[in-house]
Design a protein around this ligand. Sequence first.
Ligand code: NAP
Length: 290
Amino acid sequence: MGTLPTSLPGGTWTLGDLRVTRFGYGAMQLAGPGVMGPPADHDGALAVLREAVDLGITHIDTADAYGPRVTNRLIRQALHPYPESLHIVTKVGAIRDRQGGWPPARKPEDLRRAVHENLETLDLEMLDLVNLRLGNAEGPQPEPVAEAFETLVELQQQGLIRHLGVSNATAEQVAEAQAIAPIVCVQNLYNLAHRNDDELIDRLAEEGIAYVPFFPLGGFSPLQSSVLSAVAARLEATPMSVALAWLLRRSPNILLIPGTSSVAHLRENVAGAGLPLSGEELAELDRIGR
Ligand SMILES: NC(=O)c1ccc[n+]([C@@H]2O[C@H](COP(=O)([O-])OP(=O)(O)OC[C@H]3O[C@@H](n4cnc5c(N)ncnc54)[C@H](OP(=O)(O)O)[C@@H]3O)[C@@H](O)[C@H]2O)c1
């Protein structure tokens, strides 16, 4: 377990029994265009992963569906044997089709196969944390989670998974999963402009469960807001720095996994997330997505 003190903005959080830096790294951007195929710059992708660890980041988010299998293999090539403090979080529940779509794959046999593929591509005997990805590319969908989540619980009982989480989930699905077995995180779409999960974040914070926003910088379409741009200009910072710093201040259970394929952007994001924001600036930013 990572116990090293960190100077990364936001300090650390404990996922179950795993200490991670609140500033993590989302590896999805390392696969090729459309998150399919190899990266344009293979060595550059390895350099980003190594830089993340050198900066002290101990939480990397991935999925076997990225590439597919490309991102996991890059992580393994760049970082295996993994430092003891590093925790790789993966997700199962969707695969890729020939068109680059993300069809759901949540039957018990799909999930078993996906967990074994993640173990193999990452070269691990146990996965630290597996998120069950629900819904579809349009977002969370109201569907039962029991059969799929129980399959992951079985794999956990077999010693293949340490902790469980859910992703792209409604608040009802989060509760449904929690009634079956403990979860340590929820990974959903959330950023300054997309605030659907405000209530869920606060409930999870009270329960000591992490909330991990995906697309913290807007994902494939960068966050655009005149208020964000104005605050950033006043602080002589980038909108991305302000967006990350705001997330760290939003709630102590928020863990950052901004994605980038660039070492320079990774360094910028680490520095930017530590940007001090005044109460006035926080209030101004808070109004963007309301
Ligand atoms: N559970 C799910 O369903 C789900 C869905 C999507 C994503 N995720 C996870 O969430 C993570 C984060 O999402 P994301 O990477 O898609 O979106 P994001 O973090 O919101 O944004 C990434 C984009 O921002 C750009 N960027 C990052 N830092 C920058 C900087 N300093 N200056 C300029 N541009 C910058 C990146 O381009 P460059 O490469 O050029 O820096 C990239 O295009 C993913 O890596 C993945 O692990 C999960």
